[in-house]
Design a protein around this ligand. Structure first.
Ligand code: AMP
Length: 506
């Protein structure tokens, strides 16, 4: 059964069941179905045969889900943009994607609107829903097959974010894997903490919709206030937990976080960064009846491509937990620089193939050619991750480039450098990741300042941080700033990262 018929089925069989709950707001399957039809009808009439992507801006409002579905029902991929993304970056996304329309349940950001013929804020959105009540859209308009379903923008080493195109088929390959291989059942409650602009949210959103489940959202206000967070968890009756290991570590730092407050929790799904053995061990103790899965994959391969059940024997056997085996309809290879398969135990680049591999970056043929190719007749993606195979399992062994993860957020150090370099107070810059127990804890910006009026370094730092916040999301802003009169260079004229690191950490 296809995704759209499945949703319609749930709205007919269980119209009053909650599909989405966030704080005091919620949505039933009936409301979701009818509102998405009305809005899709409105979009279809407004944009006619055009299939340009639509930016959907907001945080975790129930209408976000209505907007996503209305976009795909009217033949448009959606680009989820969280409120944590600064306006300048949103303007770049609008320009790069060629979007003509932005939908939002709240107020719109104030830049980039000149590129849009149809900006629709919360009031106009609600008005469109009321005026088109009862209207439906033809299934011929639906996004299907190889057409783009969503586009997620991720950090780019060129200094600009890049849009990963995920098709209907990519998403269905991923969702069917989730439904078949992780012991999920109909009508469960899925916890979601990841903003929609981070593809980890796809891991619970689509399995939940397909299985007639309920999405229980944990908005950023709760995450910032542990008391609210724990009250919400206790109320949730959640069965399925999806998060980065960093987020569960944050929860585990409170002794309350155990099966006592989440007695119905059966499954932990982790993705986005390495799962430390210590975290898995704590979870096994505090939630003895739950199954822990470590999954691995980049946004370019639709959330995740490998998985493994982390039980006590696995934790005991391996110091660093494996990332498992490939989903059945794909393959994962460890390849040398010349793209030859590496023997077991030898490190090489992790290359993923299968129907979940994206067609590439939107409007970026050059970047697409660098990372996407065809291997053994299948679409393939060079992840830039190092890995190796042992005992029939895959292991992750770090990055081959300057991409890092901080609290599960993916970022290219070069993008932060490019944005800092664009500021008039900066002459040269290098960003250093600061690691603890193999995990990047925070970033340090090493800066050669241009001439400036500030007497103290902290004043300069606070001005730079202020300017950077208009260009980058908060999670990409370096925590520490250090200043140098010059940066050491390599023989070929590039900043010598190794020497900067030695000098700063000496
Ligand atoms: P993203 O596109 O934000 O999901 O980030 C993808 C990158 O996160 C991968 O290429 C890896 O570098 C890292 N990653 C994802 N899952 C894992 C995992 N289970 N273990 C280690 N690294 C991971």
């Amino acid at each position: 059964m296809n995704f759209y018929s499945q949703l319609q089925k749930w709205s007919e069989l269980y119209p009053e069941k909650t599909v989405f709950s966030c704080g005091n707001e919620s949505l039933t399957y009936r409301q979701l179905y009818h509102m998405s039809e009305s809005l899709a009808y409105f979009l279809d009439n407004l944009l006619l045969d055009d299939s340009t992507p639509i930016v959907v801006y907001g945080h975790m409002e129930p209408l976000m889900l209505v907007c996503f579905l209305a976009c795909v029902k009217s033949g448009h991929p959606y680009i989820p943009v969280d409120t944590s993304i600064p306006d300048e970056r949103i303007a770049k996304i609008i320009e790069d994607s060629g979007a003509k329309m932005m939908l939002s349940p709240i107020d719109l950001p104030q830049v980039g609107l000149e590129h849009l013929s149809h900006p629709l804020n919360g009031d106009r959105l609600r008005d469109a829903l009321v005026k088109n009540q009862g209207k439906t859209v033809s299934s011929e308009s639906y996004v299907l097959n190889d057409e783009n379903f969503y586009i997620i923008y991720t950090s780019g080493s060129t200094g600009n974010p890049k849009g990963v195109q995920i098709s209907y088929n990519n998403l269905m390959s991923f969702t069917h894997w989730m439904m078949n291989d992780f012991g999920l059942a109909n009508h469960q409650v899925f916890l979601n903490q990841a903003p929609f602009s981070f593809d980890l949210s796809v891991m619970d959103l689509f399995p939940s919709l397909f299985l007639g489940g309920t999405l229980w959202m944990l908005p950023k206000e709760y995450v910032a206030a542990p008391k609210e967070l724990f009250l919400s968890l206790e109320k949730s009756s959640a069965n399925i937990w999806t998060s980065t290991p960093s987020f569960v570590d944050y929860c585990l730092s409170d002794e309350q976080f155990s099966a006592t407050i989440l007695p119905e929790l059966t499954t932990f799904l982790f993705c986005g960064e390495a799962l430390p053995s210590a975290t898995a061990l704590k979870l096994r103790k505090r939630f003895p009846n739950a199954t822990v899965f470590n999954t691995y994959g980049p946004t370019e391969c639709t959330v995740a491509a490998t998985s493994i059940t982390v039980d006590d024997s696995l934790i005991e056997k391996y110091e660093s937990l494996p990332i498992g085996i490939s989903k059945k309809d794909g393959e994962v290879y460890i390849l040398s620089e010349s793209l030859d398969e590496q023997p077991d135990g030898e490190k090489g680049q992790i290359v993923i193939t299968g129907p979940h591999v994206s067609k590439g970056y939107l409007n970026q043929p050059g970047l697409t050619r660098k990372s996407f190719f065809v291997l053994n007749g299948q679409p393939a993606y060079k992840t830039g991750d190092l890995g190796y195979k042992k005992d029939g399992l895959l292991f992750y062994a770090g990055r081959m480039d300057f991409q890092v993860k901080v609290n599960g957020y993916r970022m290219e150090l070069e993008e932060i450098e490019a944005q800092l370099s664009s500021l008039h107070l900066v002459q040269n810059v290098m960003i250093l990741p600061n690691y603890k127990d193999g995990k990047c804890e925070f970033l340090t910006a090493v800066i050669v300042p241009a001439s400036h009026k500030f007497e103290k370094e902290f004043q300069l730092t606070s001005q730079l941080k202020k300017e950077l916040r208009t260009l980058l999301p908060q999670y990409m802003i370096p925590r520490k700033f250090v200043y140098r009169p010059a940066l050491p260079m390599t023989n070929n004229g590039k900043v010598d990262r190794k020497r900067v690191l030695q000098e700063v950490t000496a």
